[in-house]
Write a protein that binds this ligand. Structure first.
Ligand code: TZP
Length: 216
């Protein structure tokens, strides 16, 4: 069975920002603090990392999150997701095609796909992908090769044509969650608004409160 997932507050965990030099234990602790603050799903995304680091980070996060029933999603690295039996995989437009990703991961894992415009959204295979990321909605310093910024107005239009659960991403922090939810986002995904904050638990809690996001 595919795990149930809740996109309300989606932490994209970059270990270089969350825990950083203090290593994986610090990263896992930051993730746990964020979950205590209301994060509902966690993606491991480590663009600069070598595979061996990915594997140990993924095992550590899986062990930390499983007892809390928080799904662990692995960005792009399907082999790592299978190895640690993660809940799912997230792929971008330049990664392996969703159809092929689905072939590799089977029917019981969550599959997410990044999109950044109406054309990409229209091309999403609805029977294969479980949710979409839509962004960057706002300017972000976290992903240097991000697509052009969408802006809130265009984002609201995209939410009107979506056929799958959608999580907003890119430059999201306090003061922006409520508007994104009102525009139709099923949740918000953040990196820097939680990772790298002095208190990830409080940061997550404030984001949850702002959107008056109720748990499913
Ligand atoms: N995809 C689109 S923007 C982005 C990703 C992974 C980075 C978002 O980071 P932040 O710090 O929440 O702006």
């Amino acid at each position: 069975m595919k795990p149930i997932f809740n996109l309300s507050l989606y932490l994209v965990l970059d270990p270089d920002l969350c825990g950083g030099e203090q290593g994986m234990v610090a990263t896992a602790l930051a993730a746990l603090a964020a979950v205590a603050g209301g994060v509902t799903i966690v993606q491991l995304r480590a663009p600069k990392w070598k595979k061996r680091q990915w594997v140990s980070a993924a095992f550590a996060l899986k062990a930390a999150l499983d007892p809390l029933n928080i799904p662990l999603i692995i960005n792009d690295h399907i082999d790592v997701a299978l190895l640690v039996d993660a809940a799912g995989v997230h792929v971008g437009q330049q990664d392996i095609a969703p159809e092929m990703a689905r072939q590799l991961i089977g029917p019981n894992k969550i599959l997410g796909l990044s999109t950044s415009n109406a054309g990409q959204m229209a091309a999403v295979p609805l029977d294969i992908v479980d949710y979409i990321g839509v962004g960057p909605v706002f300017a972000t310093g976290t992903k240097l090769d991000a697509s052009p910024v969408i802006g809130l107005e265009e984002f609201a239009l995209l939410m009107q044509i979506k056929s799958l659960p959608a999580v907003a991403i890119g430059g999201i922090g306090l003061g922006r969650v409520a508007a994104l939810r009102a525009a139709g986002a099923d949740g918000v995904a953040v990196v820097s608004a939680i990772c790298g904050q002095a208190n990830p638990q409080q940061a997550a809690q404030a984001l949850r409160l702002e959107g008056e996001i109720s748990d499913v």
